[in-house]
Design a protein around this ligand. Structure first.
Ligand SMILES: NC(=O)c1ccc[n+]([C@@H]2O[C@H](COP(=O)([O-])OP(=O)(O)OC[C@H]3O[C@@H](n4cnc5c(N)ncnc54)[C@H](OP(=O)(O)O)[C@@H]3O)[C@@H](O)[C@H]2O)c1
Length: 275
């Protein structure tokens, strides 16, 4: 897969309303002359993002729908088709993360929601958008996985399964669609975003995440650089790079070590893992 020019593309970004998605939107519009079609559920957050774009706000449009529903993607694709929109890049970024918890204590309904939002949305999004992306001279798909794809430590069984599946789905699709559509899987490490909003994290937890991880803008820039360089797999954030290196050499031992550290941690975010 050769270099990929993101400049001036029409980009669809799921989860554009927050975190990495908002940062990607701002950089792609303000620095790469892109038009962005954001997808999310919160009108308020989308309006705030549009407002932050100032003179460039006309380059941002948004649609509100739940990406975990296949029918919503079908309707969205039909709408873009009718309007003659030719997307050049699809970034499947929307995702959720439940609190760190042992699988036995978890609710099966929440597990389904995590799989539907993190994995099925990516599959439905690709299914609906590939026919439209193929109309572009050179198109790309970027699917946001996570460092948890290669570090399935204690407390994140379903989340890490969803993210490992996103990574493998992307890497398989990359070989099927090459060279017409470039496909990239991204494995970022921790960054302070709203991903943890329902997890009841304390200031102490956020301090830990900020110290260990990266800034969300830094991650967004690493994604755009990796995609522009034509990478099929992007590992970004210092914690993710370290975990990736360790898991390639010691896949089982490294995971045992992370799990031990989390179980012994005194941080409130890991308090449910003590058993
Ligand atoms: N932050 C991290 O440490 C980290 C690390 C590795 C990977 N990731 C991954 O990076 C991606 C972005 O996460 P983030 O950290 O930027 O989190 P975030 O700030 O919570 O942003 C995620 C966005 O996804 C949207 N979303 C969630 N469920 C949706 C649904 N069913 N339908 C439509 N939109 C939905 C939300 O928009 P609405 O509120 O408008 O619905 C939200 O703005 C996720 O896939 C996450 O798993 C994050």
């Amino acid at each position: 897969m050769g270099a990929f020019n993101v400049n001036k593309k029409t980009v669809i970004i799921t989860g554009a309303s927050g975190g990495f998605g908002s940062e990607l939107t701002k950089i792609l519009i303000n620095e790469h002359g892109c038009r962005v079609i954001g997808v999310g559920r919160s009108r308020e957050k989308m309006e705030a993002l549009a407002g932050s774009l100032g003179d460039n706000s006309a380059k941002f449009k948004y649609f509100l729908f739940d990406v975990s529903e296949r029918e919503n993607w079908r309707k969205f694709a039909a709408l873009l088709d009718r309007k003659g929109v030719i997307p050049g890049l699809l970034i499947n970024n929307a995702g959720i993360m439940p609190p760190f918890e042992r699988f036995e204590d978890e609710d099966g309904e929440l597990a389904k929601k995590v799989i539907d939002t993190n994995l099925m949305s990516v599959i439905y999004g690709c299914e609906a958008m590939i026919p439209l992306l193929k109309r572009s001279r050179r198109a790309g798909i970027v699917n946001i996985s996570s460092s948890s794809a290669f570090s399935p430590s204690v407390g994140i069984a379903v989340y890490s399964a969803s993210k490992a599946a996103v990574r493998n789905f992307s890497m398989s699709l990359a070989e099927e669609l090459d060279p017409d559509i470039s496909v990239t899987a991204v494995c970022p490490g921790f960054a302070k975003t709203d991903l943890f909003r329902d997890n009841g994290f304390t200031e102490e937890d956020y301090e830990f995440i900020s110290g260990l991880g990266s800034d969300k803008e830094e991650i967004a820039r690493a994604i755009i650089k990796g995609v522009s360089d034509g990478k099929k797999l992007i590992v970004c954030g210092k914690d993710s790079l370290l975990m990736n290196a360790m898991s390639s050499v010691l896949p089982v031992k490294s995971n045992e070590l992370y799990s031990k550290v989390l179980k012994e941690s005194t941080l409130p975010m890991f308090s449910n893992l003590k058993k």
